[in-house]
Write a protein that binds this ligand. Sequence first.
Ligand code: GNR
Ligand code: NI
Length: 170
Amino acid sequence: MAQLPILEYPDPRLRRKAQTVEVFDARLRRLAEDMLETMYAAPGIGLAAIQVDAPWRLVVVDVSEEKNQPLVLVNPRLSPLGDERSCYDEGCLSVPGFYETVERPARVRIEAQDIEGRPLRLEVDGLLATCVQHEVDHLEGKLFVDYISSLKRERIRKRLEKQQRVKDSA
Ligand code: GNR
Ligand code: NI
C-alpha cells in the first residue's frame, strides 16, 4: 500500500469531471487500497479518486469511530430521500484548514458498485449522508467552497495560493 499526494484548491485538476469505471481489475483495487491508506493517514472521513489525481468515479469513506468500517463506492449515484436538510461544518483534504457550514439533504439513497463491480444499494443519514454527498460532488469537479459566498471562497483561494508559494520556494 502507498500514500498518495492530495491535490489542493485551486488546482484545476480538481475541476475535472471523473469518468465511469468500466474495468474492475487489480489496478482499481490497488487504487482503492492506496486511497484508504491516504484517507486514514490524513486523517479524513472520505476521499474521492480525483483528489489523488485519478479522475475515476471512485470514492472511499469511513465515518466510524474506530476507523474500521471502510466503504468503497464505484460509480456512485445519489438520490435525496425526503425533504429534510441538515447543516454540517464541512472541511476538505483539498482545502486544508478551512471549514464552512454547508446545507444538504439529510438522507440519501446510494446506488453504486462495489470494488468487484457488484451492485450496491444503501440508504444513509447523518454524517455518512453528508460525507457521500461531499465525495460525489468531487466527481463532478465540485468543492464545498462552491456553496459559500464568493467573498469567502476568494479569501480561502488567496490564502491557499500563498501557502503553496511558500511551500514551493522552501
Ligand atoms: O475528512 C473530511 N471531513 C469532512 C467533514 C465534513 C464534511 C465532509 C468531510 S469529507 C473530508 C475529506 C474530504 O475532503 N473528502 O473529499
Ligand atoms: Ni473533499
